[in-house]
Each structure stands twice: as C-alpha cells, then as structure tokens.
Design a protein around this ligand. Structure first.
Ligand code: E4P
Length: 218
C-alpha cells in the first residue's frame, strides 16, 4: 500500500519523507490556500519545491472547469516535473480531459469521487488514480470505506490498471480499513500517519526494558 501525504505544507512533507515511508503527495486548492500560496507563478514554484522533497507522484489540481482550460493548465503542470500528476475533477469535461491526458501519457488523478459509477467512468477514461473521498462520505453518514470496497471489486472484475487512492482520510483506522480492503494508495494528514506508530503497550514495554537494563548497568 502506498502512503501519500495530503498537504501542501513543506515542513510536514519533509517530516513524512524523513520517516522513509512516503511514496507521494496530494494537494488541492484548499490545501494550497491554507499555506498562503497564491498567484500562478508561486503556485507552480510550490509544486516544484514539493517535487524536490519527495521522489514520487505529486498531484497538482487544475482550477479550470472547462475542457480547453483543463487541458491547457494540465499540460503546463505536467511540464513542471516528471513526477507531477494532473488532478482533474470528476465532471463531464474532466472525463474528456482525463482521456486526452491518458492518450498523451500524462498521469492523472480523478478527484472528488463519491460513487462507484464515477470511479468506473474515470477508469474507462484512463485515469492513473481515482480519489474516493472517504472522510467526506462518513461526514454525511455514508460509509467511505464501503465505497472503497465496491470500487476494488469492480476494478478487479475488469483488471483496470487505475489505482484506488483513498482520499479524505481522517484517522489511522481509515488507513487500516483501506489496507484490509486493498486500496492501492491512501492519502492522509501527517497526524494519521504518525498515529499508526503509537501503542501504549509499546511505550510501557520499552520503559520496562530500559528500567531493567539500568538496574544492572545504569
Ligand atoms: C486529496 O486528494 C483530497 O483533495 C483530500 O484528501 C480531501 O480531504 P478533505 O476531505 O479532508 O478535505
């Protein structure tokens, strides 16, 4: 299972990269705004800065919502760095743009997926990744993890190459449940990734080992 970090914060990306388990990064316009990144040139430079930290796929989202605009913006983004993945919203024009990019060999991440039908059509258009937003589904009392399960079954039935990128991950149980189902990738905040490391029995066990060692050697 690949681990992507879902942030545009360079310090957090560095911290996750230093752990040695980071496979990539996802961003979106809200995450860029949270870091105060504005203006076309600054935004493009920020993606390049992220690519310098992580040697893996970095999703950069288009702002345009029409086909021509998405294609122009996506072509531009793809030229920034070989690791850039063009993130395209799940709309009719978005599907056409994904087909265009996949024909050109440009990697795509179809974002804002909330149903199995949306994932199926994105896969048929040749998306490299589909991003079902599991946390936002949970927020409206629909099982986000249930959607991952449904998409896994469909993609396996037809051997689609498109990877399931579980997005809108909020906590460590989301990661574990997605891993049980077989999501190819998860993207989440640093806090959810770090939470996987912790267990109180590990802490107390380590404290006891050190105390016993120190009794004789301290
Ligand atoms: C990443 O690709 C998504 O944009 C992101 O995971 C959305 O997360 P949120 O629902 O916490 O905003």
């Amino acid at each position: 299972m690949k681990f992507f970090i879902d942030t545009a914060n360079l310090d957090q990306i560095k911290e996750a990269e230093d752990l040695g388990i980071l496979d990539g990064v996802t961003t979106n316009p809200s995450l860029m705004a949270k870091e105060g990144i504005s203006g076309a040139n600054n935004i493009l430079q920020h993606y390049v800065n992220i690519c310098k930290i992580v040697d893996g796929p970095v999703s950069a989202e288009v702002i345009a919502t029409d086909f021509d605009g998405m294609v122009k913006e996506g072509d531009n983004l793809a030229e920034l760095h070989p690791n850039i993945v063009v993130k395209v919203p799940m709309t009719k024009d978005g599907i056409k743009a994904i087909k265009y990019f996949s024909t050109k060999g440009i990697k795509t991440n179809c974002t804002l997926i909330f149903s199995a039908g949306q994932a199926l059509i994105a896969a048929k258009a040749g998306a490299t990744y589909v991003s079902p937003f599991i946390g936002r589904l949970d927020d409206i009392s629909v099982s986000g993890v249930g959607l991952i399960e449904q998409i896994r079954l469909i993609f396996d039935n037809y051997m689609f190459d498109t990877e399931i990128l579980a997005a809108s991950v909020r906590h460590p149980m989301h990661i574990i449940e997605c891993a049980e189902i077989g999501a190819d990738v998860m993207t989440g905040p640093l806090s959810a990734i770090l939470a996987l490391i912790n267990h109180p029995l590990t802490d107390s066990g380590l404290a006891k080992f050190l105390a016993d060692y120190n009794k004789l050697n301290g």
